[in-house]
Design a protein around this ligand. Sequence first.
Ligand code: IPE
Ligand code: IPE
Ligand code: MG
Length: 244
Amino acid sequence: MAESAASLAKPSGQGQRPRHVAIIMDGNGRWAKNRGWPRLVGHRRGAERVKQIVRACPDLGVNWLTVYAFSTENWKRSTEEVLGLMGIFARYIEREADALSAEGVRMRFIGGRERLEPKLQRLMAGIEARTAVNTRLNLTVAINYGGRDELTRASARLAERIARGEVSNPTEADFADCLDTAGHPDPDLVIRTSGETRTSNFLPFQAAYSEYEFTSTLWPDFTPAHLAEILDRYGMRERRFGGA
Ligand code: IPE
Ligand code: IPE
Ligand code: MG
């Protein structure tokens, strides 16, 4: 980890950088289990990795980063693990708020909020408001996020807009505007760590034309150097969007 993100960014040469990278941060539990440690130790190490990747993104030419932190399905886990994760999210916001502000990061959240602790909801709203003017990196964290849940809530929002006469013949853009990610560009690249090759309900509408990268690296081992390597590979891909 001696190399700085800036030095990693330079010589790769060809190809363009993805503007928006989305990451399914998977493998914290296995990382801890491999060491005989509790799963929460893996989640804590995973949160440290988020800080490093957030710091590296602007130098790597990435202006939007969306990370999947907790899915609508993750409530199935033990109470201890769920509460532990919620505590990690709250501490991340509290401890990183000054650094995020100073580094020009705009932090936002997607996913249903009503099921989260009121204290966490307040921290989320607070950091969103505090960093709203920042533009260097758009960091979006998916908490209690599920693509099917988001599509269902978006459908209800669109129905309300139609009922109010604000929308008449809905377009894809009208629908996108009802998603939690309204105003976000679509992800160019989705990365999943830990070797699993599924999307697990992450951004089904937004990632319809994204490139995917699956790496066997567990999230707590994923460094800015790994990200830089994946971004280089992305630069060699040809995106056709259905064209010939
Ligand atoms: C990803 O790591 C973090 C969350 C889903 C909250 P996991 O906790 O899923 O780790 P594995 O997949 O069990 O190794
Ligand atoms: C996806 O990982 C959710 C997050 C990374 C937050 P999971 O570990 O929950 O996904 P599955 O259960 O392997 O599909
Ligand atoms: Mg997992």
